[in-house]
Design a protein around this ligand. Sequence first.
Ligand code: ADP
Length: 264
Amino acid sequence: SEDRLLEYHITLFGKNERLLLIRDCTKMQRLERMRQDFVANVSHELRTPLTVLSGYLETFSDYAEELPTQWQRGLTLMSEQSARMEHLVSELLTLSRLETSDFKAQASPIDVAALLEKVRLDALALSDNQHKITLDIDQRLYIHGCLNELRSAFSNLVFNAVKYTPAGSTVELHWYQKHDGAYLEVKDNGPGIDSKHLGFLTQRFYRVDASRSSQTGGTGLGLAIVKHVMLRHQGRLDIRSDAQQGSCFSCYFPLTQVLERSEE
Ligand code: ADP
């Protein structure tokens, strides 16, 4: 019937033999959709109460000086935790949208150079100007893509480079074209990531050092978002890292997504 999802695998054996495997994935697909709906609904439901809580906490913070010291500490902790939860819910909603929304309806020509300039300024603000962020970009190289998604992906990579490297580190952004497509590289000279973690980094909630990530406000969803965004742009995310040279996150866009603005 039409609503069944079947996967076919054909394997060659010798000259004249073939093995045809047919797998019925309907149930798996249904379960996956239930999971997606569940996460989307829970995140939506959590957003409203969280907005009310953080709104009141902000108002109370204006009067914090009039409160006993013990309460002031409690208020600070509550504000920090509610900000963390808001961040988590917003990342879950972003992931849900990536799984369900129509890419074609949102895609348009994107001025990546301008976008990277904005992301760079936001990252410098995040680091309190403690990092050096250099740009080496092809101004004429545009992408056919979704602005919100790309902003979210690039911000995640550049903010990570700032969050996980000590003050004084350098972050390099390279945006260039090669024969097979366009590449954005986000390189840092920080502590790097042990190779045993590299294959897991884009899994949801995966964090190399959970205790350190909770200090930096991490959720473990950032790189999962980047991977999804890249897949929706027909591209991919590659990660290289070593302890001596830091990390390099590379976003590849195939030629089908590349637009080149003509000289004016
Ligand atoms: P988080 O919300 O924890 O930052 P991410 O999915 O963005 O989640 O990243 C997953 C983990 O990868 C982080 O917890 C961190 O340990 C590691 N990581 C990401 N970027 C870097 C980087 N530039 N340098 C070192 N470690 C990194």
